[in-house]
Design a protein around this ligand. Structure first.
Ligand SMILES: [Zn+2]
Length: 179
């Protein structure tokens, strides 16, 4: 409904009529967009940084200046508040899209599928060597498992520092205390 226009050029000049009336030099800006050169007084340009300024209607499209950008719309009946609401809604949608994209990217960086993570065999070998093939809790040599000290589900990684050997009974009782 609201289309962003390519601004072909912006130039500043002196508004002689205003200057004569006000007894001081009044500047104005020439905005070229949509094949039309819109002349806008400097103070209105400044105001349009936060409030949409209706430039005019040409060939069925109504042009608006907002935050140094020209927009056009087919609806000539929109008010400045309508245009502002549409622009803010668009901005919010864009921001939500970025938030989702960043979340997806993080998820891709650190895949956390449900269940257990496969521990690389080289890491397993080094943990086994460090723990000398016995349970880190009770020293048992049977039914040994690789245990994430900080649980995988809580963000613990499969690094040598975060892994230890535990026998099945010790691992089960640890699991019970964490939950
Ligand atoms: Zn044990």
């Amino acid at each position: 409904m609201l289309r962003k226009e390519r601004v072909e050029s912006v130039d500043q000049g002196i508004n002689f009529m205003d200057s004569i009336r006000q007894g001081r030099i009044a500047h104005r800006w020439g905005w070229s967009a949509g094949g039309v050169r819109w002349i806008v007084r400097e103070d209105l340009c400044e105001r349009a940084e936060s409030h949409p300024l209706r430039l005019g209607t040409v060939r069925g499209r109504t042009y608006w200046l907002y935050d140094n950008t020209v927009y056009s719309t087919e609806e000539s009946w929109l008010t400045a508040s309508d245009v502002l609401a549409l622009l803010l809604e668009r901005e919010n949608r864009a921001r939500a899209k970025v938030t989702r994209a960043v979340a997806l990217m993080d998820a891709a960086d650190e895949p956390r599928p449900a269940g257990r993570e496969r521990i690389p065999s080289e890491v397993k070998r080094l943990v086994w060597e460090r723990d000398e093939g016995v349970c880190a809790e009770c020293g048992s040599e049977s039914a040994l498992e690789y245990d994430h000290i900080i649980p995988y589900s809580l963000g613990g990684s499969s690094t040598i520092r975060n892994l230890q050997l535990l026998c099945a009974p010790c691992n089960q009782s640890k699991g019970a205390t964490i939950r």
